[in-house]
Design a protein around this ligand. Sequence first.
Ligand code: ATP
Length: 271
Amino acid sequence: MSVLECVKLDAGYSKGIPCLRGIDLTLDPGQITCLLGPNGAGKTTLLMALSGLLPRAAGEVRVDGHAVASGNPRQAVRSGMVLVPDDRALFRLLSTEQNLKLAVRERAGRRAALDTVLDRFPSLRRRLKVDAGRLSGGEQQMLAIGRAILQHPKVLLIDELSMGLAPVIVDEILEVLVALARDEGMAVVLVEQHVHLALAAADRASVLVHGRVVDQDDASAFRADPQRIERAYLGGGQTTETTGEDAARRHDADRSEQSAHWVGDADLRLE
Ligand SMILES: Nc1ncnc2c1ncn2[C@@H]1O[C@H](COP(=O)(O)OP(=O)(O)OP(=O)(O)O)[C@@H](O)[C@H]1O
């Protein structure tokens, strides 16, 4: 059975103006999927809607067959959906160890729980007493993911994994995620700008353009056809609805310009 089922999800920031429309996303246990798309496509918004931080305007989300209520982040976490946001949301003035301890409710077994994270991210072991705000970017990301793992996610959502990190660190973190998916059956939804890194680690990929999924397949199919993302993107652009108003046309023109940059980038990164 699928661990994540997201069916016909709409969400947005202003009533009646959804910026995500009809999103379908299904994930089996142990699968990693990446969300690809230009700036403003709605990737972060989708993670927020899945994790309950943003109410849905329509659609259903289920984890392991159980409905996840709209706009209820606590219930989403209890259901097994845990988000690592792009700012990592660490307690910067607390140590690495304190940040981790806060994620473990029961005192008994806390040490063992922390060890499961430190075994995955050994470099955090010698940084246990260091304030989170003084860690390197890579260590902060490891800590944010480690803290999320302590909540036993069935579905881990990670926004902008590589932001500000060296590719070698991103590789290291992705390797850990692949191992967690394989060993623990944890499913991962990854938003990642480095297309080739994301596709290398992922089993599935979805391309979002203007709030819609315009292409979705096994990651291997995208890896085998590097131009496919560009085609998905251009096709998505052509199907964009316009209102006919000047403002809307300007908005679309801005998006096209942004996206042209992104496609150029994706080409380079896929080589
Ligand atoms: N807090 C907000 N209030 C209103 N609109 C927002 C808010 N956050 C994002 N948006 C809008 O929602 C749309 C989708 O944004 P989102 O951040 O989800 O895109 P993204 O694909 O994650 O982009 P990026 O790759 O730049 O992070 C954009 O048009 C954006 O301007």
